[in-house]
Design a protein around this ligand. Structure first.
Ligand SMILES: Nc1nc2c(c(=O)[nH]1)N[C@H]1C(S)=C(S)[C@@H](COP(=O)(O)OP(=O)(O)OC[C@H]3O[C@@H](n4cnc5c(=O)[nH]c(N)nc54)[C@H](O)[C@@H]3O)O[C@H]1N2
Ligand SMILES: Nc1nc2c(c(=O)[nH]1)N[C@H]1C(S)=C(S)[C@@H](COP(=O)(O)OP(=O)(O)OC[C@H]3O[C@@H](n4cnc5c(=O)[nH]c(N)nc54)[C@H](O)[C@@H]3O)O[C@H]1N2
Ligand code: SF4
Ligand SMILES: [Mo]
Length: 757
């Protein structure tokens, strides 16, 4: 099982026929004749956390030739954004990494065989561990591989290879939501379902630009027939803000003050749900006293918003009988007080009893396709399955399920990403294995990572492409299959497990991450620990066992096919409640599945309808702190505040996938740009299309000026899709989540005389 020969044969052998539905299942008449697919397969999109389902059109060999959005899926209802439509293009890119690559003595990456690559991998990493201790090797992973893969990686590295430090790009993205929910609700449990977009009377978006970053979620907002009030808190007048009833362009990172001021208004206007607060929460009295200081005058002075706008916002969220929902993304999570800001939104929803009912909730929108999977099963911050490393009973329980010695499980979580890099700087960590993330581009203050490269004795990068900024610096590159070339589960923003299918062959010698991890386990000598992890399908059964009894319990899911048949399945989905009700035999996990006597569960469900939270006392907590000043405020030398984020719906992060699509390349600029307010542009003598030099205390770069009132005066915005951006950013972190505060640093601007260009 799972030898290299097996894996390579499986990869090159015929596409499995179960992928292909009968041609008659597909509405052929609706398609242009040239597609004439032999059948279709469904697969969940591998970009953002919306989790749209795509119908992949297959040729007679079962290989993908095109796709259309799935009309039957409860998430996207037949829609997809440009990235989803273009999902197949990156697979065929000419720069796919098709063979392991090893840097030779002259510094050139040269093709090697898998056995050679695995031997170098284990020999080098074991030698480094032998010389400097097991903690001298660390891993940086991702929210963009399958749940089964990230769980196997977490188990392999921590329990098999003795690696204590395994973090991922989820730190850059969702760490704040994870910590905020865990502290407030007792578990990382986003309570909502996408139907809440349609069932809300007042939707408050804070630091979220779904028009660009989650376009299909935004389509769900547009389907709301309740004439909703849309409030958007964002220093920029984004596409989302333009569509709002009320745009609150609060000064960057003044959200905490604003939200405490709104909480004060909820109390003052008598909109507190006293019965809910008394029965289901703790800490409200102290919170109510705390927010008294956040008077409209103070909030107006510190946020730059008018008291009239504050009054409008307060009136909207306090409207009697209105269903109010709060939605946040990176404008909140990437802040120096991110966790408390997220909790300020949670507090607003708790105090008004706006949770567990249609159209309510304090709802974190996830970023990557499987950031939710990594939050539950990544084995970084929480022990795999949402347990605690520090809890001995949890370690024993997880060890029992995995059939390993509990002593193999470390008693503390991984160090956070920034602290892993700090440990590289001090020489404590000497080797990194980076999987499905492009650290050299996406990490904050990237100049530091560039300098650290020389401190590393060994850098392994596992990616679809050897051309990323990070892979170019590697000593060893392991070629990975991408979305569409392997199968497994993604968990979307509304806790829905979705199944992504294999519909294409990986090029050359590229292998799925799952297969690579299995090969590493064998080469390392810890393969027997992972015998049960024989395939993604087998791994899903292990994940089910890990989830049992947890708030995320999905033991009622049968297998991958069950997930697909149901149009995805939201957790919780315990076997006791749904599929196995009436099944007398808990020892036979398959018993009772599909029992016609058991009604199917609702396709959309939300959490906390009963007011019970998974804290020890069953109550949610009010958590708060004093607002603190910006880590790097503007001054005379650096008078502009730089904000960064998503530039267009056609660009994904560091561009390693989306840049490969000729269609997507036409939908957005391919060079860095910077949004500048007209007043500032005039003062600097700049007009749109001219080159501007941007300097921070960390680095400098140039970009094309886009003169626009989208940004406020003295604020500028750059899309994160160009590596230049993180040369500028200031390395500040939220103290609870250690998430980088990418969205506020001080820069200076100057017009570049480009008459020579
Ligand atoms: N097209 C596309 N879609 C994506 C992605 C992509 O790369 N491309 N990435 C995915 C991922 S991983 C993520 S995490 C999400 C991110 O999704 P979003 O968070 O919606 O996107 P961002 O543009 O990073 O940030 C959202 C907004 O926060 C605002 N903001 C900045 N500072 C503040 C502040 O202090 N307060 C407030 N209230 N707002 C502030 C910014 O002006 C910006 O408009 O998108 C996902 N979807
Ligand atoms: N300035 C600034 N910086 C930011 C942000 C910001 O708002 N501003 N946002 C941050 C956020 S929220 C995020 S999520 C990060 C994202 O930052 P990254 O994770 O660095 O960005 P990606 O381009 O998505 O990188 C994913 C890599 O995985 C590879 N890959 C894709 N699929 C697979 C697979 O199945 N297997 C393997 N092995 N490789 C695969 C891709 O080729 C790509 O190189 O950026 C962060 N950086
Ligand atoms: S909205 Fe997200 S999940 Fe849907 S098609 Fe676009 S990138 Fe894919
Ligand atoms: Mo993200």
């Amino acid at each position: 099982m799972n030898t290299l020969d097996d894996l390579l044969h499986a990869r090159t052998g015929p596409m499995t026929s179960e992928l292909v539905q009968r041609p008659g299942d597909f509405g052929l008449g609706q398609l242009p004749a040239r597609l004439a697919p032999a059948g279709t397969a469904k697969s969940i999109c591998g970009y953002c956390s919306t989790g749209c389902s795509l119908q992949i059109h297959l040729n007679a060999a079962g290989e993908a030739i095109n796709l259309t959005p799935d009309p039957d899926h409860p998430v996207n209802l037949g829609m997809a954004c440009p990235k989803g439509w273009e999902s197949l293009a990156p697979l065929a890119a000419p720069d796919r990494c098709t063979t392991p690559l090893l840097r030779d003595a002259t510094g050139v990456l040269q093709p090697v065989t898998w056995p050679e690559a695995l031997a170098v991998f284990t020999d080098r990493l074991k030698a480094i561990q032998a010389q400097h201790g097991p903690g001298s090797v660390a891993v940086l992973s991702t929210g963009q591989i399958m749940t089964e893969e990230m769980a196997l990686l977490g188990a392999l590295t921590k329990f098999g290879m003795g690696i204590a430090d395994l973090d991922s790009n989820t730190r850059q993205c969702m760490a704040t939501s994870h910590v905020a929910y865990k502290q407030s609700y007792g578990f990382d449990a986003p309570p909502f379902t996408y139907a809440d977009f349609e069932e809300s009377d007042v939707l408050v978006f804070v630091g979220a630009n779904p028009c660009i970053a989650h376009p299909i979620m935004w389509q769900r907002v547009m389907r709301n027939r309740r004439q909703p009030t849309l409030i958007v808190v964002d220093p920029r007048r984004t596409e989302t803000a333009m569509a709002a009833t009320l745009h609150l362009p609060a000064y960057p990172k003044s959200d905490l003050t604003l939200l405490y001021g709104l909480a004060r208004e909820v109390i003052r206007r008598g909109a507190v749900d006293a019965a809910f607060v008394a029965a289901h929460t703790t800490g409200f009295a102290a919170f109510a006293t705390f927010v008294e200081a956040f008077t409209p005058a103070r909030v107006s002075a510190e946020t730059g918003l008018s008291t009239a706008d504050l009054d409008r916002a307060a009136a909207a969220i306090c409207r009697p009988g209105a269903r109010v929902s709060y939605w946040w993304t990176m404008g909140v999570n990437q802040s120096h007080q991110a966790t408390r800001t997220a909790q300020a939104l949670i507090n607003l929803s708790l105090m008004a009893g706006q949770i567990g009912k249609p159209g309510t909730g304090a709802n974190s929108i996830t970023g990557q396709c499987n950031a939710m999977g990594s939050r539950l099963f990544g084995n970084a911050t929480s022990l795999v399955g949402g347990y605690d490393f520090a809890n001995a009973a949890h370690r024993t329980h997880v060890a029992g399920i995995l059939g390993i010695d509990a002593a193999l499980i470390p008693a503390q979580p991984s160090r956070a990403y920034d602290r892993i890099l700090d440990a590289v700087e001090t020489g404590e960590i000497r080797a990194l294995w980076i999987i499905a993330t492009n650290t050299a581009h996406s990490w904050i203050n990237s100049g530091k990572f560039a300098r650290l490269r020389d401190q590393l004795d060994f850098l392994v990068v596992q990616d679809m492409y050897a051309t990323t900024e990070t892979a170019q610096q590697a000593d060893l590159v392991l070629p990975a299959a991408g979305w569409g070339e392997k199968q497994g589960v993604f968990i979307n923003s509304e806790r829905r497990l979705g199944y992504a299918r294999k519909v294409a062959r990986a090029p050359g010698l590229a292998l799925s991450d799952f297969s690579i991890f299995k090969l590493v386990a064998e080469a390392w000598g810890c393969g027997p620990l992972f015998t049960r992890w024989s395939s993604p399908a087998a791994a899903l059964q292990i994940l089910k066992d890990l989830s049992r009894g947890q708030p995320c319990d999905f033991t009622g899911i049968r297998d991958h096919d069950h997930i697909e048949e149901q149009g995805g399945i939201q957790w919780p989905y315990p076997d006791s409640t749904f599929c196995r009700a009436g099944s007398p035999n808990p020892a036979a996990p398959e018993a009772g599945f599909g029992d016609p006597a058991v009604p199917p569960p609702d396709r959309e469900r939300r959490l906390f309808a009963d007011g019970q939270f998974p804290t020890p006392d069953g109550r949610a907590r009010f958590l708060f702190d004093e607002p603190a000043p910006l880590p790097e405020p503007v001054d005379a030398a650096y008078p502009f505040l730089l904000n960064t984020g998503r530039g267009s719906s056609a660009q994904w992060h560091t561009g390693s996938r989306t840049d490969k699509s000729a269609v997507l390349r036409q939908l957005a600029p391919t060079v860095p740009w910077i949004e500048i307010h007209p007043t500032d542009a005039t003062a600097l003598g700049l007009s749109t299309g001219q080159t501007v030099a941007i300097r921070s205390r960390r680095g400098e770069t140039t970009a094309l000026a886009v003169v626009t009132p989208i940004v406020q005066p003295r604020q500028v915005f750059m899309p994160m899709h160009f590596p230049e951006v993180n040369r500028l950013t200031f390395p500040a972190y939220d103290p609870h989540s250690r998430q980088p505060a990418y969205k506020a640093c001080a820069v200076s601007l100057a017009s570049v005389n480009d008459s020579s260009a």
